[in-house]
Design a protein around this ligand. Structure first.
Ligand SMILES: [Zn+2]
Length: 133
């Protein structure tokens, strides 16, 4: 486990990678970024929300990222981003994040598909960019 509610497995699990036999193993720098993302953003958000947050896509190797149509240089390939979903409306989690004082880099809310992309920068900088799709 990385924290109480988030495991290394779910942060790097990819059904597509498994099915296609693509390697999806993060390196040292990526693991450090993943750990920071979980410790400083996902777990604190989960603690405020009080209910499960499921990671649908965390770390992506460059090959996996290309395959799933991720933007080149995606923060997923650096271990800095995760897509997550909840049993309820993802907008509720978005509101909780906005009301919190948690720092993030970029948030993209995918309303129709009910998930949210969250990232944390490795530098001490906050772009605080929010997008709705
Ligand atoms: Zn994403």
């Amino acid at each position: 486990m990385i924290t109480e509610n988030f495991s290394w497995e779910e942060m790097q699990e990819s059904r597509i990678a498994r099915e296609r036999g693509i390697s999806n193993t993060p390196g040292t720098a990526e693991r450090a970024a993943m750990e920071r993302l979980v410790r400083e953003l996902l777990q604190p958000l989960r603690d405020i929300y009080g209910q499960p947050i499921r990671i649908t896509s965390g770390y992506r190797s460059a090959e996996l990222n290309r395959l799933v149509g991720g933007v080149p240089d995606s923060q997923h390939t650096k271990g800095e981003a995760a897509d997550c979903t909840i049993a309820g409306d993802i907008k509720d989690l978005y509101y909780i994040l906005m009301e919190s004082e948690l720092l993030f880099d970029q948030v993209i809310v995918y309303r129709k598909r009910n998930f949210m992309h969250l990232s944390l920068r490795t530098e001490k900088e906050n772009r605080y960019r929010v997008m709705f799709q």
